[in-house]
Design a binder for this molecule. Structure first.
Ligand code: GDD
Ligand code: MN
Length: 371
């Protein structure tokens, strides 16, 4: 036995509780106290993953962690997302069991020991806190939020190969080796890490679902916004086709298709009702398509790198230049294909368009929306 193994220090934790937080100052102390109570008799540690909160969240964590080595912090700057926060917290620990729980007291920490028992003693690989099994509930959610949640849950069915009542749950516990099996295939996008993990495993894990009541927030506020929905759709897409094409490219192509439709509508309107010449209607339609595409890509495709203020304007300029080069290349390539290579008009047209799409995507992601 090595000298280290016999040294006099506490063994590492059995259970690591990963707690993603963003502006949860008022919830830190109550949360640690609740964990301490719920996990009595278990060797646990808590890893807070904070995405650069602007309130006193890190100070509150430090105030406890300086006296209690079970409480640790990962501070990320310039990063966002519940899913990647969980992954990094889990990877910073050696514990054989890893739990995810929200840092706002909305999840019921008293379920954690039952989850641990399911994994350690009952042979399960993944224990999920579920709002949708007997005894669980969504608390005080309004109709819209409840409806969205159930819609999202049905959508999750497309990528899950095993029935799960609450795949949107952010409250679960997993064996480390099962998490590691999934880890290289994770999409790590947005909020829904549990769904990501299950859909990333080649064989479905043995799952135990445990009911819990979703509590009402008493401090701080929810971080759910329109971006969460977009991230969720991206996750589903990535799970479906991500191994073939990057989802961001698909979004970019979808926006391009919208741009073509807008172009044709403006062109027709200008010609028919605006009394414009073809060249002025075509110029207007092109301008609308470029500005529209830029704005949509800025809002959806490159949401995390969104340009604002002056950078919005310079971004629009570089994007227009890049698209113009793409258009010229498109025309040249398809003309050569039709003229010299005697391709059919539609094959040449499609090839030219695909080529400029790839060009626009590659170059604008490297220049306009560079990291
Ligand atoms: N590190 C980090 N980064 N933490 C974040 C981020 C982020 O970008 N966004 C939110 N959080 C933290 C919050 O501080 C909170 O501790 C937890 O993640 C959940 O965020 P909420 O904004 O409170 O989420 P919710 O209550 O609307 O959503 C809940 O319901 C979902 C089920 O529909 C969460 O419990 C989810 O985990 C759950 O999947
Ligand atoms: Mn919450």
């Amino acid at each position: 036995m090595s000298a280290l193994a016999t040294a006099d220090h506490a063994p590492t934790a059995d259970l690591c509780v990963v707690i993603p937080v963003l502006n949860e100052e008022g919830n830190i102390a109550p949360m640690v106290a609740a964990l301490d109570k719920a996990l009595a008799g278990i060797a646990w540690e808590a890893i807070y993953v904070d995405d650069d909160s602007r309130d006193g969240t890190r100070a509150a964590i430090a105030a406890i962690g300086r006296h209690d080595p079970r409480v640790r912090l990962i501070h990320r700057v310039g990063r966002r997302g519940l899913a990647s926060a969980f992954i990094e917290g889990a990877q910073a620990s050696l514990a054989p069991y890893i739990a995810a729980i929200d840092g706002d007291m909305q999840h019921d920490e008293t379920v954690l020991p039952k989850m641990l028992a399911a994994l350690r003693d009952e042979g399960f690989e993944l224990a999920i806190g579920s709002r949708y099994v007997e005894g669980g509930g969504i608390g005080e959610w309004d109709k819209t939020r409840a409806g969205m949640s159930s819609l999202a849950t049905s959508l999750a069915g497309i990528v899950l190969r095993t029935p799960v009542s609450d795949p949107m749950s952010g409250f679960f516990m997993i064996r480390r080796e099962v998490f590691e099996r999934a880890s290289r295939r994770l999409s790590a996008m947005g909020f829904k890490i549990l769904l990501d993990i299950i859909a990333s495993l080649r064989t479905p894990p043995r799952i135990k679902e445990l009911p819990y009541q979703f509590r009402t927030r008493t401090s701080g506020e929810s971080k759910l916004d329109a971006g969460v929905l977009r991230d969720y759709l991206l996750l589903i897409l990535d799970k479906l086709v991500g191994h073939i094409l990057p989802v961001r490219f698909l979004l970019f192509a979808g926006v391009g298709a919208v741009g073509i439709a807008a172009h044709l509508i403006v062109l027709r309107t200008g010609l028919r009702f605006g009394g414009m010449s073809f060249s002025s209607a075509q110029t207007l339609a092109t301008a609308v398509a470029i500005v529209g595409n830029f704005t949509l890509n800025n809002t959806f495709t490159f949401r995390e790198r969104r340009l604002k203020g002056a950078r919005f304007v310079t971004g629009l300029i570089t994007f227009s230049l890049i698209s113009s080069v793409g258009a010229v290349a498109n025309i040249n390539v398809s003309s050569v294909l039709v003229g010299d290579a005697h391709s059919t008009w539609y094959a040449a047209g499609i090839l030219g368009a695909v080529m400029s799409l790839v060009w626009n995507y590659a170059v604008s992601s490297a220049i306009t929306w560079r990291r």
